[in-house]
Ligand binder design. Structure first.
Ligand code: BGC
Length: 744
């Protein structure tokens, strides 16, 4: 539609219709099978509101979206099409690994392709907008939503943010992309104590430097929507924070797209103690420029009245509605409300062979080899008698909590993956124990009825039989592959936990099997970094497999048998113990750093009962065949502002393996007017190094990469001494120093 006609449409709409465009309801209002995740509110709204609703949450499928679209358009006086928005977080039907695993690929280009494929599937199912990517920087593994984030580093997350947005939106013009709604703005990942929906309190320099860059990168990449977060940030609920949404997002970052609240977060302004009632909440959120009210009665019941009373201007209301109409128009919905969606098209787009192939590649790249004693991996398929033991050995539940549109039936299990490599008869499988036998925890997940839990926990008799079978096949085997891990609902939204260990029954099984004198390879399924100190010593190899998605079983087998050389690197630190949380590599220096203080013994910054360092640091991961780093050279010892420093390092692959290496470059600003982190990732390159090959990897460091944020949120550059570090992870690095000077 021409802009002129769109304007005429806006002018012709009643206030009620306009308000309708700013409301989002879930599928249950339209008799669709709806996925409602998040706090449920009994909405006090009228049928009129339902009929005039501008967008619908989490309803997907060509047939149902077409039906609802027709019905809704018929009901609306101006026949305005609705937008279907959904949580398509890491795959629609072809599910990729959870984003924490995607982060571990350190390969944003690959993830861009994956999300382009995802958008093709979802668009064919009638979806217009995805509530992704979630790019919250995360430091605390107790928070279940670390599953959804690429990781703990602002620079790495920013690279993924850009790639993910590009992937989703790439084919929008062709009608096969999805609008990307980034979330959760802002700093939701800093929820105190890792407790879901909890407050975040951050200094301005910390917020600006460590939390905001990924959102900014996503906005710069052209994300058309932003979702506010459910938390308060420095005492103000993000959903009504004018400084955050108006001053920063709209004015400073020039974001002209749509801002949507998170689920019921406008209503929750009252619960926060920030608004007196729904009217007040409406006024405050709208004044902060929130366009769409997701699943709360506030806008529906109060916006029109506030405009009539003159407390909100009609012009502002029109601006918000305009943003929504413009998006609908940009998507071509006025001309073609069904967006070229049909059941036949949908069938063709979902779970195709090529999509599965990419999912297998991504899942394999996301796997992180944490331990490989005496190079036990890869296994030689033919000669081995293998026992595959554990509740995940033949489980299809490899998708993770936020794959809400995925179907477990489409999953390749670990058993199926391994079967394609081993000689028949050489593989024996036993679950050994349940995922968990903790009734209280299953109950507290808030999902299962007592009857369902009874079915999930086997009887003593069955449990004993499972156990006996596991021990007996392990005894007969050369190698035991143990597939252990968290229950799907232990992570994800509202999956906060204080214990980050394997369920007790699974740990007991591992303890026992590790006594049998067999080689033990652990494949670990989890939505977060777990505490592995009681696991590490009992295994010969550990593959951190996350929730690896639809092709998970194949990808795991590809790595176990060496078809793929693992290249994943952690994008989030694995703690030694829960008491270290929140833990991240880019922490500030203290006045009494351990090992470098003038104090000795007790009075340094450390724990008296645990190491200060994580068990596995940020950036860590092994591959088959070792690479040595040497000859770390800088082009100059001194650079002036505006000059570029050239950096080179040599990699030597003395092994017989061709392999990928993720070369990581960090820096430290030795003295600054705001104290700087011990290390900050400044760049990385994933390079291919052939067996017996030397490779020189080069980087350029520009002065703007050395800037930091002060406590007014200003980006500044100060002359002085800097250290650069290069290595395979944030711990094992080579160091070189240089100075930034004002003039030569
Ligand atoms: C979550 C969002 C999600 C929304 C819609 C909320 O509970 O916090 O991440 O997009 O629900 O399902």
């Amino acid at each position: 539609m021409e802009t002129k006609n769109l304007k005429e449409l806006l002018d012709d709409m009643s206030i009620e219709e306009k308000v309708g465009q700013l409301i989002q309801l879930s599928g249950d209002f339209f008799e669709a099978n709806n996925i409602s995740i998040g706090p449920k509110q009994k909405l006090g709204i009228t049928q009129k509101t339902v009929d005039l609703t501008g967008s619908i949450l989490n309803v997907t499928g060509a047939e149902i979206t077409t039906k609802i679209q027709k019905e809704q358009m018929a009901k609306q006086p101006h026949h305005i099409p609705v937008l279907f928005m959904s949580d398509v977080i890491y795959g629609y039907k072809t599910i990729y690994p959870i984003p924490l695993g995607l982060g571990a690929t350190w390969n944003p280009n690959l993830i861009e392709k994956a999300f382009q494929n995802t958008a093709h599937e979802a668009a064919a199912s009638g979806n217009h907008v995805t509530f992704a990517p979630m790019v919250d920087v995360v430091h605390d593994a107790r928070w279940g939503r670390v599953l959804e984030s690429p990781g703990e580093d602002p620079f790495l997350n920013a690279q993924f943010a850009k790639a993910m947005v590009n992937g989703f939106q790439k084919d929008l013009a062709k009608g096969s992309g999805q609008v990307s709604c980034i979330k959760h703005f802002a700093a939701y990942g800093a929820a105190e104590s890792g407790r879901e929906y909890n407050s975040a309190d951050l200094s301005i320099s910390n917020l600006s430097q460590n939390y905001l860059p990924p959102y900014k990168a996503a906005v710069d990449a052209g994300a058309k929507m932003v979702m506010t977060s459910l938390n308060t940030l420095n005492g103000i609920p993000a959903t009504a924070d004018k400084q955050l949404l108006l001053d920063l997002l709209r004015k400073s970052w020039e974001f002209s797209g749509i801002i949507i609240s998170d689920y019921a977060s406008i209503f929750e302004l009252i619960k926060h103690g920030f608004a007196t009632d729904q009217e007040d909440a409406t006024q405050k959120a709208f004044d902060a420029s929130v366009d769409i009210d997701m699943k709360s009665p506030c806008y529906a019941n109060n916006l029109a009245k506030l405009v009539a009373d003159g407390r909100l201007s009609l012009a502002k209301l029109d601006e918000a509605v305009w943003r929504i109409l413009t998006l609908k128009n940009d998507l071509g919905l006025f001309e073609n409300p069904f967006n070229r969606v049909s059941v036949a098209q949908e069938k063709k787009a979902l779970l195709t062979e090529s999509k599965r192939k990419l999912a297998r590649q991504v899942a394999a790249e996301a796997l992180v080899l944490l331990k490989n004693k005496d190079n036990i991996l890869p296994l030689k398929a033919k000669e081995q008698k293998i026992a595959l033991v554990g509740p995940y050995s033949d489980s299809k539940y490899l998708l993770g909590m936020w794959a809400v549109h995925g179907n477990v039936e489409d999953t390749i299990t670990i058993k199926q993956g391994i079967e394609s490599y081993v000689t028949k008869g050489n593989l024996k499988v036993a679950t050994g124990t349940d995922i968990t036998r903790d009734y209280k925890m299953l109950k507290s997940m808030g999902y299962f009825s007592d009857e369902q839990i009874d079915q999930m926990i086997s009887s003593e008799d069955t449990e004993n039989k499972q156990h006996e079978k596991a021990i007996s096949i392990a005894k007969e085997a050369d190698t035991v592959i143990m597939a252990l891990g968290e229950h799907t609902l232990e992570s994800g939204e509202a999956g906060s936990k204080t214990s980050l260990r394997l369920p007790k029954n699974q740990q007991r099984l591992l303890d026992e099997i590790s006594q049998l004198g067999k080689k033990v390879i652990l494949v670990l399924i989890s939505g977060r970094p777990l505490v592995l100190k009681d696991v590490e010593a009992k295994t010969d190899a550990i593959i951190q497999a996350w929730f690896p998605g639809t092709e998970g079983g194949n990808a795991i087998a590809d790595v176990i048998f060496g078809k793929v050389n693992p290249s994943g690197r952690l994008s989030m630190s694995f703690p030694y113990t829960e008491g270290q949380e929140p833990i991240h590599y880019n922490h500030l220096v203290t006045g009494r750093p351990q090992g470098a203080s003038q104090h000795v013994g007790r009075f340094v910054s450390r724990y008296i009962d645990a190491p200060t360092e994580p068990l596995y640091p940020f950036g860590f991961g092994l591959s088959y065949g070792k690479i040595e780093y040497s000859d770390f050279v800088l082009s100059q010892k001194e650079i002036t502002k505006n000059e570029t420093l050239k950096v080179a390092v040599t990699l030597k692959n003395n092994s017989s393996w061709d392999r990928w290496e993720t070369v990581q470059l960090y820096f430290h600003d030795e003295v600054a007017s705001v104290v700087q982190p011990v290390k900050r990732l400044i760049d990385f390159k994933k390079v291919f190094v052939k067996a017996q090959q030397n490779l020189t990897v080069e980087f350029e460091v520009r002065d703007d990469e050395l800037k930091f944020f002060d406590n007014q949120g200003k980006l500044i550059l100060e002359a002085g001494a800097f250290d650069l570090f290069v290595g395979p992870n944030s711990r094992d690095v080579l160091k070189a120093s240089f100075s930034l000077i004002d003039k030569k």
